[in-house]
Write a protein that binds this ligand. Structure first.
Ligand SMILES: C[S@@+](CC[C@H](N)C(=O)[O-])C[C@H]1O[C@@H](n2cnc3c(N)ncnc32)[C@H](O)[C@@H]1O
Length: 346
């Protein structure tokens, strides 16, 4: 019988280790999501804690929680600094609620509805339609309208995501000194708040679904721009949209297929003055095989909404069909580009 302590097997080849890690990605998503939901990083903000204390506070089974944190620590998320005592690491710090680049809500979100929808990825690959609708029997936005807690997590994740890139985007564009900016599908207002704060002569309209704009007051107030920003609930598929001098759509068009995107853009064109501009702010798909998170965001859009990330050429075509001329694509120091359009002369 072979002696198991004297194996002649070579250590696993690097590609095997890499492949195992890729296959096991779903475990990491859930570990991060659960740690985020339990608020473990917030509990460690003042220093290391024994797992037994953490377990009591979050109502968890101490040994199971220990094993989860040990696994996360093996990835650099938390560190076991003494036996069964955990501390924050730079990665774990990002899971704190009030970290300026917090990913807590994002991690919570990905372990919930997207996780279930990705479980039916094959449906999307077979049909080209969103697996979300197949699993939940309604669209993601209809689901959010009916589930206040899920909606709060989603809106927070979007606002946090905006916060991580907003300076890069706002500083990359020469906004006019005066006029009205309409942020279409502006969520809880993190983007329009940053635009208005940087440009005190501008006024804003935050346009989104009624139940979403309802929750936007605190963002606008905290930024000190509430008196200059109207909140307007509505449906961008049902014109007219509010009139303005500049239309911004940040991570909105990517939620929709070409036909729906065209409808939104056409409704903007109908509301725009002749010399108004439109700015679609999206992560563009780079060509070739190079690694890019945008290629995964693209699939996220397919699975969740039937939308897609697009190339510059895709936007040129969409804009032309909507009666817009793509005037410039402005890269920013973030993953986002600003796709500027102007109305074509009629
Ligand atoms: C991916 S989020 C982007 C939010 C925000 N622009 C940002 O970048 O954080 C898409 C937004 O579109 C809004 N939306 C979806 N359907 C809508 C509709 N029919 N009319 C108006 N807004 C809608 C959602 O409520 C959500 O806030």
């Amino acid at each position: 019988m072979a002696d198991p302590t004297h194996t002649t097997e070579a250590p696993p080849a690097p590609e095997q280790v890499a492949m195992d890690n890729l296959i096991n990605g779903y475990r990491v998503t859930q570990l991060l999501s659960v740690a985020a939901k339990l608020g473990i990083a917030d509990l460690l903000a003042d220093g290391p804690e024994p797992v037994e204390e953490l377990a009591k506070t979050v109502d968890a089974h101490a040994d199971a929680l220990y094993r989860a944190l040990r696994a996360l620590a093996s990835l650099g998320v938390f560190a076991e600094v003494a036996p069964r005592r955990f501390a924050l690491t730079p990665l774990a710090d990002l899971l704190r609620t009030n970290h300026p680049r917090s990913v807590r809500a994002l991690a919570m979100f990905h372990g919930e509805e997207p996780y279930q929808a990705w479980g039916e990825l094959r449906f999307s690959l077979r049909t080209g339609a969103p697996a979300f609708d197949h699993v939940y029997q309604m669209s993601h936005f209809a689901y959010l309208a009916q589930h206040a807690e899920a909606s709060a997590v989603f809106n927070r994740a979007m606002s946090d995501n905006t916060a991580r890139s907003v300076t890069a985007v706002v500083s990359a564009y020469a906004f006019p000194a005066t006029g009205v900016v309409v942020d279409v599908g502006g969520g809880h207002g993190a983007f329009i708040a940053a635009v208005l704060r940087a440009h005190p002569g501008l006024h804003g309209v935050l346009f989104d679904q009624p139940h979403v704009v309802e929750g936007a007051a605190s963002t606008l107030e905290e930024a000190g721009v509430a008196p200059r920003c109207a909140r307007l609930g509505g449906d961008f598929f049902v014109p007219p949209l509010p009139t303005g001098d500049l239309y911004t759509l940040r991570q909105v068009i990517h939620d929709w297929d070409d036909e729906q995107s065209l409808a939104i853009l056409r409704h903007c064109v109908q509301a725009m003055a002749l010399d108004s501009k439109i700015l679609v702010i999206e992560a563009l798909v780079p060509p070739g095989n190079e690694p890019s998170p945008v290629k995964f965001l693209d699939l996220q859009m397919l699975v969740m909404n039937g939308g897609r990330q697009r190339t510059e050429e895709d936007y040129r075509r969409l804009y032309a069909a909507a009666g817009l001329q793509l005037t410039r694509v402005i890269p920013t120091s973030s993953v986002f580009s600003i796709v500027e359009g102007a109305r074509m002369a009629r």
